[in-house]
Ligand binder design. Structure first.
Ligand code: GLN
Length: 338
């Protein structure tokens, strides 16, 4: 597998880590082959278990598994269950951070939320007490994501929600809708997140009514997406903020690197170091089982499978994406071993 990456490097076909610089892409055949192989390799892996703190997620069939590559010109290479609609959960977080950047600039995101990885679980309350300066710490953990929703400039709760949903739909290039049963299941049990929202409000690090932020944040996490949708959202980032299919500019190109930097340092929560060490790609995970990784300037790799490891990251998805990154030799710091 490493042979392909080595060959590509030897032939000097790829400028390593060169976002936006012209590079010969793997052929359609190679893209399809690595997707098929990763799917076949992990489809019988049973490690991990469905999220259960959101009761309804225990009911998602655990065997579902889909793998997709979406290129910056909108070509898709798929294997497995790539059309099943699952809840986006935390994979939504970088995209709302992008909306905050688009509306108010990257400095506001840094000053009012923060960009430091916590090294702690996604729902950590301790992080809010530890990091006394920024409190919410970064937009990819729950605290920072709830703060990001509260920071979206909007005239009402309805307007806030429409902006959040419209933005994520624009990234996907298709209108998305909420899985209402997931919303009900999470909103009625979200006492931990409610504590986070109230704690941030107490420290003046939440920028709307806490319960409004909770409702919009929980709806955001309940948006239904397929693995195809996630791949297209990632391809929009790979394509410097322009959706490959609709051609709509969703965020300014100059802020894509800042967003990818946060995904690289915090996208896997307390496993982000391990992820970057072994896969080398900015990525974001969600407890619905979805993950999207971005090869800057080139393409996105997405996968979906419900069983999670201890950190809340999909076991099959992370293995599949890591293998594909290794086989294609596309780690941002250079071809990573596989
Ligand atoms: N909605 C989930 C929560 O707030 C998202 C967590 C996740 O996907 N890691 O707990």
């Amino acid at each position: 597998m490493k042979a392909l990456a080595t060959l590509v490097t030897m032939l000097g076909l790829v400028s390593v880590g060169s976002a936006g610089v012209s590079a010969a892409e793997p052929s359609a055949k190679d893209f399809q082959r690595v997707v098929n192989e990763a799917h076949a390799r992990y489809k019988d892996l049973k490690d991990g278990k469905n999220a259960d703190y959101i009761p309804i997620l225990t009911r998602t069939p655990s065997e579902l598994f889909g793998v997709v590559i979406a290129t910056r010109d909108g070509k898709l290479y798929v294997a497995g269950d790539v059309d099943y609609k699952f809840s986006i959960q935390s994979v939504s977080k970088p995209f709302t951070a992008a909306l905050v950047m688009t509306q108010q600039g990257p400095e506001v995101l840094d000053e009012k939320i923060g960009v430091e990885p916590t090294g702690l679980p996604f729902n950590s309350r301790m992080a809010i007490e530890l990091y006394k300066d920024k409190r919410s710490v970064n937009p990819l953990v729950n605290a920072g994501a709830i703060a990001a929703v509260s920071l979206v400039q909007a005239s009402s709760e309805e307007d806030r929600w429409n902006k959040v949903l419209g933005n994520i739909s624009d990234f996907a290039g298709t209108p998305l809708t909420v899985l209402e049963d997931v919303y009900e299941s999470e909103y009625t049990t979200a006492f931990g997140n409610r504590a986070i929202a109230n704690l941030l409000y107490n420290y003046e690090r939440l920028y709307s009514d806490p319960e409004e932020a909770m409702r919009v944040y929980t709806r955001q996490c309940s948006i239904g997406v397929s693995a195809r949708d996630l791949a297209m959202m990632g391809a929009t980032l790979a394509n410097q903020g322009v959706n490959p299919l609709t051609k709509k500019r969703v965020m300014p190109a100059e802020h894509v690197p800042e967003l990818l930097a946060v995904m690289a340092t915090a996208g896997f929560y307390d496993e982000s170091g391990e992820w970057m060490y072994t896969a080398g790609l900015p990525a974001k995970t969600g407890v619905g089982g979805g993950i999207v990784a971005v090869v800057p300037g080139r393409f996105a790799i997405a996968a979906f499978s419900p069983r999670l490891n201890e950190a809340g990251n999909s076991v099959r998805s992370l293995n599949a994406i890591r293998d594909i990154a290794g086989e294609l030799g596309v780690g941002v710091f250079g071809p990573n071993p596989n």
